[in-house]
Design a protein around this ligand. Structure first.
Ligand code: ZN
Length: 203
């Protein structure tokens, strides 16, 4: 067994963050130690972390390396020692099973990230449309982009909220809905086209 694999499979990122002094709230959010954070921007999950403000992200070993300014190998050794792991001994059955499931978990995580970034971009576009195409006079026929913004903004914000703050079950449900029939990929393709045609609103 390799040290990195054992450490990643055995040590929960959120738990390690807390042991190392990061105060993670019950939404999984914390003040980011990697930039001057005033409102919690660091999202800490069981197997990785991500800062929505400065973009820092990684797994439990990256986190430890970054926090203590260590090379990855030394960070992994520190974790193994702080959490009393013995990488040379055979892994407990539960952890071995967890490692086999990892690819599925990774897939889910990738889908989650994709959904989040596409929805976030969609939200930005709708906010822009809501302003830019708002009717100028009450008798104007509303532009279809304005109508879409009115209908879809609350929806997009709701989905983002779940992805950001929901528990793993809620996030999983949302991701599976959004990926059904390739919805999120189609939205991504559409956003690319819109970006090509539009200039961002400057006011
Ligand atoms: Zn940050």
């Amino acid at each position: 067994m390799k040290l990195f694999e054992v450490v990643k499979a055995s040590i929960n990122t959120r738990e390690a963050a807390q042991v190392y002094g990061i105060d993670v709230n019950h939404h999984g959010m914390a003040l980011c130690p990697f930039h001057n954070d005033r409102h919690p921007s660091l999202y800490v999950l069981d197997d990785h972390y991500h800062c929505f403000a400065c973009g820092e992200h990684g797994d439990v070993i990256d986190l430890t390396a970054k926090l203590f300014d260590l090379r990855l190998y030394d960070a992994a050794r520190k974790l193994a020692s702080d959490f009393h792991l013995a990488p040379d001994k055979p892994l407990p059955e539960a952890i071995r099973r967890k490692m086999q499931h990892k690819t599925k978990a990774q897939q889910l995580r990738e889908n989650e990230r994709l959904c989040f970034s596409v929805l976030n971009e969609y939200r930005r576009l709708l906010l822009d449309w809501e302003k830019r195409y708002a009717p100028q006079a009450p008798e104007d026929v509303p532009d279809k982009r304005f109508v879409e913004a009115c209908h879809r903004l609350p929806w997009a914000e709701y989905q983002l909220d779940i992805l950001l703050q929901g528990d793993s079950y809620e996030r999983g449900e949302t991701v599976s809905e959004l990926t059904t029939d390739g919805y999120i990929r189609k939205l991504q393709a559409r956003l690319r086209k819109e970006r090509y045609h539009e200039q961002p609103c400057l006011d």
